[in-house]
Design a protein around this ligand. Sequence first.
Ligand SMILES: *Cc1c(COP(=O)(O)O)cnc(C)c1O
Length: 393
Amino acid sequence: MSSKTMSNYARLPIALQRGQGALVWDTDGKEYLDAVSGVAVCNLGHAHPAVAEALCQQAQTLIHTSNLYQIPLQETLADKLCELSTMDAVFFANSGAEANEAAIKLARLHGHQLGIEHPLIIVTEKSFHGRTLATLSATGNRKVQAGFEPLVQGFVRVPYNDLRSVESIMQANSNVVAVLVEPVQGEGGVNIPDADYLSRLRQLCDQHQALLMLDEIQTGMGRTGKWFGFQHSDIQPDVITLAKGLGNGVPIGACLARGNAARLFKPGSHGSTFGGNPLACAAANAVIDTIRKEDLVSQVNRLADTIIGGFTHELADQAGVVAIRNQGLLIGIELDRSAGTLVQQAIDAGVLINVTADKVVRLLPPFIMNQTQAEHLVKTVSRLIKQLLEKNE
Ligand SMILES: *Cc1c(COP(=O)(O)O)cnc(C)c1O
């Protein structure tokens, strides 16, 4: 197909036209079970009536004003997010990368406030933080950076889940102002750190006056079986960033901060034309209200138990399956070989899946997927994985 869109995506050869719950249909009318959710975005499934209703009503009332004026829906959303996360204040953006940009700017302000001229932020290998220049510089993946040099300075990289490296960098450099990590690495291959990783990072940050900043763009909003990934440990971060699931598909990002970090931006120090506009906030408010009303965070855990139980039964003893990992409905099945071909095979079988870090089948089902659909997902994906592993043994 000839296209006037730039060639930066290797798109799969289907066009999705309509969705309902965990199902989507392409332009030929073929049905798919969606275990990608637009990459952890449409957590309530497609065409959710509460989100659709909120959007329709708001579109007929007021889509956009400006951050020149007060925006009551933004205040309401900030209140809800702060209550759920026990953070103090929110800056709204339109994407994950922009939310992380805000976090990075907060870290630099924090450093300058401490009199540090060249602030340094510790980031990790295999991380993903976005595609803007600062966030790709923070990202631990050379493919994301290649060609875009010179990178933004002020980042130093350590292996993920390695506290010793963080400690030695902090001891050797008096200019460390923040640590930025994902509670679970999503794009990097569904990498789950040791249970005490975040709490030990918290201690190190406290000792060195550094901000603990968590990129919760993929792990936030219920995906891991808690409202936020950090809530699996007994800590409070200084900054968290959200996007993906926050608007169920309506673009919105958020940078939440606590304590002194929540007071670093002053009038004029940061901004966004669209960030937190009435339409996006109406959607995000509806998302939060729905997750609460339908107790969907508990549903994440129930559904994850079914799916992980199923995969363990089907695949745990299968040669070539390296690991089955999950935190809630952030699920990774790591194989001993490239898994990329499974995506098209799953499409042929009527299921949408994702592969990341080459060898990891990543599943991000919507929270509302029903039991029958979950069983179908397990059966289909297990069958395809077994076929792949048997074929090129
Ligand atoms: C998706 C993602 C981002 C980038 O979000 P965009 O909305 O694409 O800018 C950043 N961090 C993590 C952990 C993500 O999963």
